[in-house]
Write a protein of this length. Structure first.
Length: 58
């Protein structure tokens, strides 16, 4: 949906970043930007882990 809608959803439950941490973290509200690729992470019961990179069709 990020690729389709052109928005990066915010990271939840993040107040202030620790001093000295310089990371471009989306907080509070979605950031409207063109999104060309997205990383999807999944974890589940029994140690299931998966990652997939999706990209927009040209």
């Amino acid at each position: 949906m990020s690729i389709r809608d052109g928005a990066i959803p915010p990271t939840v439950n993040v107040g202030q970043l620790a001093p000295g941490i310089e990371i471009d973290l989306v907080r509070g509200a979605p950031r409207r930007v063109p999104v060309a690729a997205a990383l999807v992470l999944a974890r589940g019961y029994g140690g299931f882990n998966a990652a997939m990179v999706l990209r927009a069709l040209s």
